[in-house]
Each structure stands twice: as structure tokens, then as C-alpha cells.
Design a protein around this ligand. Structure first.
Ligand code: ADP
Ligand code: MG
Length: 373
């Protein structure tokens, strides 16, 4: 029991023996106990999404033997990148399970007509992504209702909206900190890849298809890679282009803390999260076209949000002015956090952990919502 305990401690602790236990010992042990799935287990439901690298369906189990977990599931049929996505989900499952949607199983399905596909199975977390919720006229009150289960009878207004946005931001940063502490950079953080988990009443990250695990060099710098231009940080590569191409796994494992400190690849996700913060504060920036226009404006201001504010504020619409007003509450603490996230230079951006300790998050008013977490 002691040996098993020690092994599982090593296995689950980020920063210890990266990748080694995963690959050899416990993957085998786990095989013996874990519920597995195969193609015939699933009945396909509604299509939830379709990208360049796969299709996502809501599915249910054909029959429900007692050994298999019941309930709604999500299936992604993925192309060649599916292998990496399975790897990332397995890592997350062990090291920071609460950060992401609950992953159940992944396997290679070779009997399909289209050739080999990777099938990935998650628990169905809920109907709405942050993108869906943000596009509602009711945002952020619709989120408050979901987090609290019922709508509070409090006066609506900036202060209350600010508290809801604070809560969402804290949940996002908390999930992101879990990933980053595990050595994973997501690289595709955007509202469409954040799901509201109805079970835990929190936001979780999904879609690790573009993620990189820097501790073992998996998907280190892919040659061909499509980033979502709406949310990407100015630096195109998460690691300096001078870093040699992916070293072999053991070398990468030894080097990665050093490389991480040199390149701060996690700051790439922080920039994207900063843009989500911006969209939550400014309804006018929630549409794709307006976000793209914002990115153009920002570039014209040498990627300096403070300069951007100076150019737009004097002739701002009431809607835009209201966003600034919200970020300016409590001596501008929200604006301060936002600017520390969307800096041009990755090195000058805050980390997820540092952002969580930012005074923006320790305002009294937060208590109304924070006890739910
Ligand atoms: P894609 O590569 O197509 O972007 P995603 O992993 O982002 O794949 O999934 C596509 C969509 O499927 C998401 O935007 C979300 O609406 C839905 N989805 C994915 N995973 C889950 C889940 N675990 N629970 C509920 N919905 C999910
Ligand atoms: Mg996605």
C-alpha cells in the first residue's frame, strides 16, 4: 500500500518525474482498472462542432452496463492531431483534473471508412460555452444565474456586473494556472473553448488539440499550425524561434524548467485571456468583426492598450464608456489587471498565478459569489 501510495503521489504531482510514470508504469496499471470504450458503445447525437482536425458529437451509450459511467458524453473524432490531444487530456486528468472537461477515454479507431481516426470521450459538461453566454443580451447576469442556481434580488448595475466578471475571470485563471503548473500551454484560449460545467457550476477549459506539453516536448513547435488570429498574442511562436527544434523526451524533461523560464510560453494564454476579459467588459467588442477591428486599432497604437484607450475614449460610444467605467471601479484595479495581461512583450505580462493574487480579486463584494467555488 505504501509503495502504491508513493507511486500515485509521484504520478499526480506536477513537477515530479514528468512523463515517466505516465508512459511506463501506471499507464499499464491503469489499463487493468479503468473503464474502456469502443466504437459500438456509442449512439451518435447532435453535432456540436466541426473544425479542420475533427468533428464533435454529443453521444449516449448504446447500453449501460453497470461498469460504464452513465449519462451524456461527448465524442470527438479527430485526425492525426488526435494522438496529441489524447496525451494532453491524460496528463490533465492526472495532474489538474478540475481545469478541463472531464476526460474519460481515448483510442484509435481504425475500422472507419475514412481511415484511422482517434476517438476521444468526455463527459458532457453542459450546453453553453462562454461564447454562447457572452453573445446573450443578458450577459453577465445569465452567468450569475448559472453559477448561483437562482437569480439574486440585488440591484442590477455596474458593481454587480463587475463582480460576476471577476468571478468568471477568477475561474478562468484558476483553470489556466492548473494547466500551466502542469507544464501545458493551451494556445487556443477563446470563449468557444471554455465550457460552463453544469455539474460543478464553474467554467472549464476544453479543446487541447493545439496544446503543447513543454515538460516532455510533446507538440513542442509544430511546423504547420493554425492559430486563431482573433485571440493570438503578438508573438507567433510560444517559444523563441532560436530554441532548437524539439529535443527528445528525456532531454526536454530535463531542460524544460529552464526553457520555460527563458521563454515564458504560458504568457501566450494570458494574452488571449486578457482579450476575453476585454470582451466581457465591452459588449461592443464581443462580435468577431469588432474584435478584429480592435486588434487592428491596437496594432496601430504599437500594441499598447493604454495608448488605445487614449485614442478611443474621447469619442467613445456610451457602451464603450461604460466598459471603462467598470474597469475603473475601485481605483482602476480592473483596468490595471487588464493592461498587465495584454502587454506586447510576453516577459512583461503577468502569469496566471500572479493574476490570481492581484488585488482585483480581493474586493469584499466578491463574497456574494465566491462561496460557490
Ligand atoms: P473543435 O476542435 O471542433 O473546436 P472542441 O473540443 O472545441 O472541438 O469542441 C467543439 C464544441 O463541442 C465546443 O465548442 C463545445 O460547444 C462542445 N463541447 C466540447 N467538449 C464538450 C464537453 N465536454 N461538454 C459539452 N460540450 C462540449
Ligand atoms: Mg474548439
Amino acid at each position: 500500500a505504501l509503495a502504491l501510495g508513493a507511486v500515485s503521489y509521484l504520478w499526480a504531482t506536477p513537477g515530479v518525474a514528468p512523463g515517466f510514470w505516465d508512459m511506463f508504469v501506471l499507464a499499464f496499471v491503469e489499463r487493468l482498472f479503468r473503464t474502456t470504450y469502443r466504437k459500438d458503445d456509442f449512439v451518435l447525437g447532435k453535432k456540436l462542432g466541426e473544425g479542420a482536425f475533427g468533428v464533435v458529437y454529443r453521444v449516449s451509450l448504446a447500453k449501460k452496463p453497470s461498469s460504464k459511467k452513465e449519462g451524456d458524453l461527448v465524442l470527438k473524432k479527430a485526425t492525426e492531431y488526435g494522438a496529441v490531444e489524447i496525451w494532453m487530456n491524460e496528463r490533465v486528468r492526472r495532474a489538474c483534473a478540475n481545469s478541463c472537461a472531464d476526460f474519460l477515454y481515448g483510442f484509435l479507431e481504425s475500422s472507419s471508412k475514412k481511415g484511422a481516426e482517434y476517438w476521444l470521450i468526455w463527459r458532457f459538461e453542459g450546453e453553453a460555452t462562454l461564447s454562447d453566454l457572452m453573445l446573450s443580451k443578458d450577459f453577465p447576469y445569465n452567468v450569475e444565474a448559472m453559477i448561483l442556481g437562482e437569480v439574486q434580488d440585488l440591484p442590477k448595475g455596474l458593481e454587480r456586473e463587475n463582480r460576476i466578471v471577476q468571478t468568471i475571470m477568477r475561474q478562468l485563471l484558476f483553470a489556466l494556472d492548473g494547466l500551466h503548473s502542469t507544464g501545458i500551454v493551451h494556445r487556443d484560449i477563446k470563449p468557444q473553448n471554455i465550457i460552463f460545467s453544469e455539474g460543478s457550476r464553474t467554467f472549464k477549459i476544453i479543446d487541447l488539440g493545439a496544446a503543447a506539453d513543454l515538460r516532455v516536448g510533446i507538440n513542442y513547435i509544430p511546423k504547420e499550425f493554425l492559430l486563431d488570429p482573433r485571440y493570438t498574442a503578438p508573438e507567433q511562436y510560444i517559444m523563441s524561434t532560436q530554441t532548437p527544434s524539439a529535443p527528445s523526451a528525456p532531454v526536454a524533461a530535463a531542460l524544460s524548467p529552464v526553457l520555460w523560464q527563458m521563454n515564458l510560453p504560458d504568457r501566450f494564454d494570458i494574452y488571449s485571456t486578457g482579450l476575453i476579459f476585454l470582451q466581457m467588459a465591452f459588449p461592443a467588442l464581443r462580435s468577431d468583426s469588432n474584435l478584429i477591428q480592435f486588434n487592428r486599432q491596437l496594432k496601430r497604437c504599437q500594441n499598447d492598450v493604454v495608448a488605445w484607450r487614449k485614442t478611443v475614449e474621447p469619442r467613445a460610444s456610451p457602451d464603450l464608456r461604460r466598459g471603462f467605467e467598470m474597469l475603473d471601479l475601485d481605483e482602476g484595479i480592473g483596468w490595471e489587471l487588464l493592461t498587465s495581461m495584454v502587454r506586447y512583450k510576453a516577459r512583461q505580462r503577468t502569469s496566471a498565478k500572479a493574476a490570481l493574487a492581484h488585488p482585483y480579486f480581493d474586493r469584499e463584494g466578491l463574497l456574494v459569489l465566491s462561496f460557490m467555488q
